[in-house]
Design a protein around this ligand. Structure first.
Ligand SMILES: [Zn+2]
Length: 244
């Protein structure tokens, strides 16, 4: 697999040890063009970067070495980890994003992503439950890589996780509202098992984190409202995470 070096000056100068790397965070660039995106990720004024960028044709660029901290996640958390730049490898996929015309990721792009993840998983022993999207680790601020990202397909290669619920059961449960506090509390506990940081009791926070969950695991309806389908999926994923 060919990786093209295209180094960015945007990283912490201190070197990190191999064992610090615990997560892979997936992004989309959300800009008009691929060239413009790479330019921004390499511009010292932007103060943003990632370890890898994959363009629409599947070409992989390395912007920052793995043993350096790139600036892609911002204020973020996942499981016990906070400010995730330090613990993660950031991968950007070229996509115009929700602001400029969100499109499907290309087959070549996803194939390259699979290949690069395979190497990273092996090298850093990254658990599949620790391969997530930017929106999962910063649900109040971010919506990338978005609902068109093929998490289900990638989970077959241990890149991220997916549920094994019966589709007929899920369909029946969609839009069935959850009213009781106990069920809501159960959902929150499931989210925590999956890795989400539910640090905030405000209603708007619950709405946004539910939306982030849906964007990742229940793309058919992303409305921020908890329903029975979400609860069933969360329960299933929670079990998966506890056993891995
Ligand atoms: Zn992002």
């Amino acid at each position: 697999m060919k990786i093209n070096n295209h180094f960015s000056p945007n990283f912490h100068k201190k070197t990190r040890s191999k064992s610090t790397i615990k997560l892979i965070i997936i992004h989309y660039t959300g800009m008009q063009s691929g060239r413009e995106s790479i330019k921004r990720l390499c511009n010292p004024k932007s103060k943003v970067s990632s370890h890898f960028v994959i363009n629409r044709k599947g070409k992989i660029y390395r912007l920052v070495q793995d043993n350096k901290i790139a600036w892609h996640a911002g204020k973020s958390s996942w499981r016990k980890y906070k400010n995730l730049n330090k613990y993660s490898i950031g991968i950007e996929l070229i996509n115009k994003g929700h602001r400029f015309g969100y499109t499907k990721f290309t087959k070549k792009q996803i194939l390259s992503l699979k290949n690069i993840c395979k190497i990273l998983i092996k090298k850093y022993k990254i658990k599949s439950k620790n391969i997530i999207g930017h929106s999962d680790v910063a649900p109040l601020r971010k919506i990338d890589p978005g609902e068109k990202f093929p998490w289900k397909e990638l989970a077959k290669k241990k890149i991220g996780i997916w549920h094994n619920c019966k589709l007929s059961l899920l369909k029946k449960s969609r839009k069935i509202k959850i009213y009781t506090m106990q069920e809501k509390a159960k959902f929150i506990n499931n989210l925590i098992d999956i890795g989400y940081c539910v640090s905030n009791k405000k209603k708007t926070f619950f709405f946004k984190i539910t939306k982030a969950f849906q964007r990742h695991y229940r793309k058919e309806l992303i409305n921020g409202h908890l329903d029975k389908e979400c609860l069933i999926i969360a329960q299933n994923l929670s079990k998966h995470c506890k056993n891995s």
